[in-house]
Design a protein around this ligand. Structure first.
Ligand code: SF4
Length: 99
């Protein structure tokens, strides 16, 4: 196995350049249990979704999660399965637009 360079890992995990991340300053989830936003097997996302439902930056958060293709966890009031369905729908629509 190849050792992972920490600088490379930080670059990989950084948000894509050009995305506005200022909404994170008002993220309600920052004041709650972060584990609720990454429910494990047999756990529901209900607690996280309830927090998102009260969050003022939900729309900006969801826009970011869709643009950054955040594949795991609850973002912007959506589960990973819900976002995957959105991407699949968008990808299918875009395939039909190929010139
Ligand atoms: S919408 Fe949810 S995941 Fe996004 S910042 Fe608000 S509480 Fe956090």
């Amino acid at each position: 196995m190849t050792p992972v360079d920490l600088d490379d890992l930080v670059r990989l995990l950084a948000p894509p350049p050009g995305l506005d991340m200022s909404w994170q300053d008002q993220a309600l989830c920052a004041e709650t249990d972060p584990e609720a936003f990454y429910p494990g097997k047999g756990q529901t996302p209900d607690q996280a979704l309830a927090v998102c439902g009260r969050c003022e930056v939900r729309t900006a958060c969801l826009k970011y999660a869709l643009a950054a293709r955040e594949r795991y966890g609850v973002w912007g009031g959506t589960t990973q399965d819900e976002r995957r369905a959105m991407w699949n729908e968008t990808d299918d629509e875009n395939e039909g637009c190929a010139a």
